[in-house]
Design a protein around this ligand. Structure first.
Ligand code: HAM
Length: 422
């Protein structure tokens, strides 16, 4: 071959063999936990109008400023590969009139997302998230239930060294007074701040808590804390979320410096980290977003949810707990003792008939000798083998070794009866 090999793009990966099996096991577990709690599956398109994320996630966030894969469709409209799932779920809630259903509407997803980030272990440009969103209720029980479900998922997948950090950002109204206080503090220490934080004093001063720039960190150590300036209602809401988490025996730490990388949060915010992950320690996080649906053109609707990275759960989780059930055993293996077209077609037809009748059936697709095919059937642990020939078909019971001629169109019936007799 003269041309150089083509590789998967930077920050992306193929899912093969055991990894595919672990993902299936994780999906089965997530589904059972979430659907058991009344969440329904939703899947939204892989790309959306760019404006959905600009408005939903926020113009001042890293995601919108520099991490989106954006392109023009044929008609000159700007589209973006989804960097996250909350804005699309809220868009779907409005588009399908879900506010008319009994509230809260609880939805979950397991999909791939795209961010143009610096790729490293645990951080990819296409990654997968399992997420859960509850729309239409501001009851603190929604917050506590949502957080508890993620705690359960992480526990059941064997993620170790987990810490849950919890805070409240208050409602947008009660936050504006605090914002001014924080902006005044930042301006007073502007010279010590990083370029990035300085440029965001107006738009997004809270993100300064997230900076790892040493000068900024010193300034933030003495900054006023939002948790100490919550309105009475917001403080009471947070108090109840905490009491309910205590009742559910979920352990958490209050962290008044916790801010999230997306702009839509109000009131409760949280993040799960696992020390076993190293630098990219965030395994899942979320919070309340009471203004988002309205910002996207829908009716005023509270919302609460989270997303957790599938790759990070698998990296931090217990491999043995991620082992999926073995594939179903092969009930019928069809071997052919002649490679002529008619015999191959008869064998192929028989596999198809067996599958339609509900049996697990396979045949050799590699043109092997009869001996090779029987070896394959043995390796698969096939229960019965039908050997289709020019003259006749033979059915062999692999457990007893019994073998007898059977009409090809009677094989499926014989296998079903044979299984029944066991
Ligand atoms: P997020 O914190 O940006 O939140 O992402 C949630 C999780 O996705 C992270 O904790 C991490 O495990 C995983 N993740 C994020 N970026 C990457 C990446 N580049 N590579 C691998 N894993 C990654 C959200 O996306 C919000 N939509 C969560 C939410 C739902 N809030 C309310 N509802």
């Amino acid at each position: 071959m003269s041309d150089s090999k083509i590789k998967a793009p930077r920050g992306t990966f193929d899912v093969l063999g055991d990894q595919a099996a672990s993902r299936t096991a994780l999906e089965v577990r997530a589904r059972s936990i979430l659907e058991g709690a009344g969440y329904e599956r939703i899947e939204t398109p892989a790309f959306e109008a760019t404006e959905l994320f600009a408005r939903g996630v926020g113009e001042s966030t890293d995601i919108v400023k520099k991490e989106m894969f954006t392109f023009e469709d044929g008609a000159g409209r700007s589209m973006t590969l989804r960097p996250e799932g909350t804005a699309p779920v809220c868009r779907a809630y409005v588009e399908h009139g879900m506010h008319k259903r009994r509230q809260p509407v609880k939805l979950w997803y397991l999909s791939s997302f795209f961010r143009h980030e610096r790729a490293q272990a645990g951080r990819y440009r296409e990654f997968w998230q399992v997420g859960a969103e509850a729309l239409g209720s501001e009851d603190p029980a929604v917050d506590a239930e949502s957080i508890t479900l993620l705690a359960t998922l992480l526990a059941e997948t064997g993620v170790t060294d987990v810490r849950l950090r919890l805070s409240s950002l208050g409602s947008v109204e009660s936050r504006s007074e605090y914002r001014e206080r924080l902006q005044a503090h930042l301006r007073a220490h502007e010279d010590s701040l990083s370029e990035d934080v300085r440029s965001r004093i107006e738009l997004n001063p809270l993100r300064a808590f997230d900076s790892d720039h040493p000068g900024t960190r010193t300034v933030m150590a003495s900054a006023p804390r939002l948790l100490e300036h919550l309105s009475t209602e917001d403080a009471a809401h947070f108090e109840q979320v905490r009491a309910l988490l205590d009742a559910a025996k979920v352990t958490y730490e209050i962290d008044s410096t916790l801010v999230r990388g997306l702009d839509y949060y109000t009131r409760t915010v949280f993040e799960f980290t696992s020390a076993s992950l190293g630098a990219q320690s965030g395994v899942g996080g979320g919070g309340r977003y009471d203004g988002l649906v309205e910002r996207l053109g829908g009716p005023a609707t509270p919302g609460m949810g989270w997303a957790a990275g599938i790759e990070r759960i698998l990296l931090a989780g217990d491999r043995s707990q991620a082992t999926p059930a073995a594939p179903p055993p092969v009930e019928l293996f069809v071997a052919i003792d002649d490679q002529g077209h008619d015999v191959r077609a008869a064998g192929f037809g028989l596999v198809s008939e067996a599958r339609t009748a509900g049996l697990t059936a396979q045949m050799d697709l590699g043109g092997r000798s009869l001996k090779g095919q029987l070896g394959h059937a043995n390796a698969l642990g096939a229960r019965f083998v039908a050997i289709v020939g020019v003259e006749q078909t033979t059915l062999r019971d692999m457990q007893t070794g019994d073998q007898q001629p059977v009409a090809t169109d009677a094989v499926v019936h014989a296998v079903l009866r044979g299984q029944h007799d066991l």
